[in-house]
Design a protein around this ligand. Structure first.
Ligand code: ATP
Ligand code: MG
Length: 250
C-alpha cells in the first residue's frame, strides 16, 4: 500500500514522489536493498534531464524490444528488487503477453529477498518464478558477483533476455554468451546501455507498461523481422543529442 497521505495531488512531481514511496515500501518489505534506493536516485536525475517523458528514441526501442521478445524462442525477463517493488503486475502481464519466463536475479542475493520477490510476483499472477534458491544453480562465465547465478531453465538457455535495471558487467557477459539483451536504463552513457542489443532509455515505470501495449499490438503482426532490425548505437546517439539539447536550452 502506498503511504501517500502527505503527498498533495497537485504537487508537480506527485508521480515521482509516489514512486519513491513505493520503493521505500518495497524496502520495508525486504524486496529492495538500500543500494537500490540510491540507484533509483541516479535514474531520477537522468529522468529529470530527459524531461520525464517517453521520447521518440525510447518509443523506437520499445517497439524493437517488443518484436524481439515476440520472436524469441526462449525469452526471459530478469527481475530485481526495484522492479518487483515498482510494478510487479506489469512484469507478469508482459511475461504472459510475449510468453516469457520470469527469473529473479539479484546483485545482493539473499534467500529471504529472493523469496520475497518471488512471492510478490506470484501474488501478481506469475505461475512460476525461476532463479530462486537452489534453482539458481548455473553460472554465467566470467562474472564475479552474485548476479552470475542463473537458473539452468531460464537465463542460461534464453535467446532473448530483458533486463530492466541491469549492471554493465552482466549485460556484457550475457552478450558474450550470444544472447540478445534488451536493457532499460535512463542513463544512455552507462556500460549497460552501450553493451545491450536494444536499450530503452526511459523510466521503467513508463516503459514497461508501454512495452506491454506494444507487444499486444504486434502480437499478430507478420512483420516482426523488419521491426527488430535496430541500430542501438544510432538510437543512443539520438538520446544523447536530446539530453544535450535539453541542457543547452535551460
Ligand atoms: P553501468 O555498470 O551500466 O555503467 P551502474 O551499474 O554503475 O552502470 P548503477 O548505479 O549500479 O549503474 O545502477 C543504476 C542504473 O539504473 C543507472 O544507470 C540509472 O540510470 C538506472 N535506473 C535507476 N532507476 C531507474 C528507473 N526507474 N528506470 C530506468 N533506469 C533506472
Ligand atoms: Mg554497475
Amino acid at each position: 500500500m502506498l503511504t501517500s497521505a502527505n503527498i498533495p495531488d497537485n504537487h508537480p512531481r506527485a508521480k515521482s514522489l509516489l514512486e519513491r514511496e513505493r520503493l521505500v515500501e518495497g524496502f520495508r518489505k525486504g524486496l529492495v536493498v538500500p543500494e537500490g534506493l540510491i540507484a533509483y536516485g541516479r535514474g531520477e536525475a537522468f529522468d529529470y534531464i530527459i524531461g520525464g517523458r517517453t521520447e521518440g528514441f525510447a518509443q523506437k526501442a520499445i517497439r524493437a524490444a517488443a518484436a524481439a521478445l515476440l520472436m524469441a524462442k526462449k525469452p526471459v525477463i530478469s527481475v530485481n528488487g526495484n522492479v518487483a517493488a515498482l510494478l510487479p503486475e506489469k512484469v507478469v502481464e508482459l511475461a504472459k503477453t510475449v510468453g516469457a519466463a520470469i527469473e529473479v536475479n539479484l546483485f545482493y542475493r539473499t534467500a529471504e529477498r529472493e523469496s520475497a520477490i518471488a512471492e510478490v510476483l506470484k501474488e501478481s499472477g506469475a505461475a512460476e518464478v525461476l532463479g530462486v534458491g537452489k534453482n539458481a544453480s548455473a553460472r554465467i562465465p566470467e562474472l564475479m558477483s552474485e548476479r552470475r547465478k542463473v537458473d539452468p531453465r531460464g537465463i542460461l538457455v534464453a535467446d532473448v533476455v530483458f533486463v530492466p535495471l541491469e549492471d554493465g558487467d552482466r549485460t556484457e557477459a550475457l552478450r558474450k554468451m550470444g544472447k540478445t539483451v534488451i536493457a532499460l536504463d535512463l542513463n544512455p552513457m552507462s556500460r549497460t546501455s552501450i553493451a545491450a542489443s536494444i536499450t530503452i532509455v526511459d523510466n521503467v515505470v513508463r516503459a514497461i507498461p508501454l512495452l506491454v501495449e506494444e507487444a499486444k499490438k504486434l502480437r499478430h503482426s507478420g512483420n516482426l523481422r523488419n521491426i527488430v532490425d535496430f541500430d542501438n548505437e544510432k538510437n543512443l546517439q539520438e538520446a544523447m543529442i536530446h539530453v544535450a539539447r535539453r541542457l543547452e536550452n535551460v
